[in-house]
Design a protein around this ligand. Structure first.
Ligand code: PLP
Length: 422
């Protein structure tokens, strides 16, 4: 398709107004939220309790605690697993910042492991080399909605007596060997931020099947108390606590959306499959994969550009940015997800945590090395990726995926027009 690119004044592949925003809202959302407003119990109210029960039932967990963010649920998980000063927690070198800062929140030292190029998830073959006598837990991130190979992770955890925390903030409804994420480790965190597959505006959920972890997490969640606001509270701080509770309005919104979640995930799969079919023959694209035994939820459809074949191996991020600008001009809401490997972020490079070098220089901690060259795959991925989120979400259907594919086709067929010297 040798057509003039939209960025150079040609027609757009995806006309404006085609792609509908996320999430779809209907009468059930409005009714639930308005009922909450009229209900008079706006803090931790009846919708919070019901949301916990309904989410636990949907996901297949014994216990669930709703929080004001996924990050709060991650911090609760780190604390619930007994991680403390002097301990280390293994995290992937490429994720959302709070997959690693949740470790710092509890004055614990994160230890990074590079990612696997094909899955974009933590490289399970490199985890064991990062285990030290201080390691307490592994945080696996089911990135973009693709579950980590949990057979490999759980085998290492069992061998070394480690807890496994799932960062399932992007992985609602994703599966590994037929089991849902959030049921594959010791405990897990989900996010209900607007971009996630289940939107409550903001919010999150801590889930576990382990009663002791549930009790630990609950304490940190609500001022160090042992009882929830719906029980007979004694207002006593038994332990160091935060205030991570959710309130009734977002819980009501989340409950309304939860009823539609299976349909949303099915639509994402359908759209992603159509896109993959159509993009398979477009040159220089490296498409995301769904390995045997994994059920992707397609939270985020991430492509990489073959910069070597394009002749831009040395300015990969720069040329990627040109391609992304061209895709956006075609009307495709193409985004960069994380531009930085986590250990490259200033908070880690400067070891800028609780002051006085804590937790890294604390006498209880061991040495860790955040030198960037250890995380070459994360860097290469960060520099070569681009992602699609909203075009694959409901209410958008395969007809939108087709238009998006047309746009990719057009841009990649005319990619030389994006060379800096043309
Ligand atoms: C969104 C996200 C989080 C944080 O969730 P919030 O609700 O925004 O705090 C953590 N980890 C991953 C992988 C995420 O995508």
């Amino acid at each position: 398709m040798k057509e003039k690119l939209a960025i150079n004044g040609g027609p757009m592949a995806v006309p404006e107004g085609t792609i509908k925003p996320w999430p779809p809202i209907d009468e059930s959302d409005r009714r639930m939220v308005l009922d909450s407003i009229d209900g008079g119990s706006h803090a931790f109210g009846p919708n919070c309790k019901a949301f916990q029960e309904e989410f636990a039932a949907w996901n297949g967990n014994r216990f669930a605690i709703t929080t004001n963010s996924g990050t709060a649920a991650l911090h609760m998980a780190v604390a619930a697993c007994g991680c403390g000063v002097g301990d280390e927690v293994i995290v992937p070198a490429y994720s959302w910042s709070s997959s690693a800062t949740c470790v710092l929140h509890h004055n614990v030292v994160p230890v990074f492991v590079d990612i696997d190029w094909d899955t974009m998830n933590i490289d399970v073959t490199k985890i064991e080399a990062a285990v030290t006598e201080r390691t307490k837990a592994i945080i696996v991130v089911h990135l973009h909605g693709l579950a980590v190979d949990m057979d490999a992770v759980n085998a290492i955890a069992t061998k070394h007596g480690l807890k496994v925390i799932e960062d399932a903030c992007q992985a609602h409804g994703a599966t590994f060997r037929g089991k849902k994420t959030g049921t594959l480790g010791d405990c897990a965190a989900f996010s209900f931020n607007q971009n996630k597959c289940l939107c409550a505006g903001e919010g999150g959920m801590f889930v576990t099947d382990d009663e002791a972890l549930f009790e630990n997490a609950k304490q940190l969640w609500s001022f160090g108390e042992t009882r929830t606001p719906l029980e007979d509270r004694d207002y006593h701080a038994y332990a160091l606590g935060w205030m991570y509770r959710n309130s009734d309005l977002p819980a009501a919104f989340g409950r309304a959306q939860l009823r539609k979640l299976d349909g949303y995930v099915a639509r994402q799969r359908e759209n992603a499959e159509r896109l993959t079919e159509r993009l398979a023959d477009v040159p220089h694209l490296i498409l995301p994969t769904e390995p045997e035994g994994h059920g992707h939820n397609w939270y985020n459809y991430t492509v990489r550009f073959d910069m070597k074949a394009l002749g831009h191996a040395d300015d990969d991020a720069g040329f990627r940015d040109r391609i992304v600008a061209a895709l956006k001009a075609e009307g495709i809401p193409t985004a960069l997800w994380q531009k930085y490997p986590l250990p490259a972020m200033t908070v880690f490079q400067a070891k800028n945590g609780y002051g006085h070098g804590c937790p890294w220089d604390c006498p209880h901690s061991g040495p860790v090395d955040y030198s960037p060259e250890q995380f070459a795959t994360a860097r290469k991925h960060a520099d070569r990726h681009a992602c699609l989120v909203v075009p694959l979400r409901a209410p958008n259907g395969p007809e939108v995926a087709e238009l998006v594919a047309d746009g990719f086709d057009k841009v990649m067929a005319n990619v030389e027009a994006l060379n800096p010297d043309e």
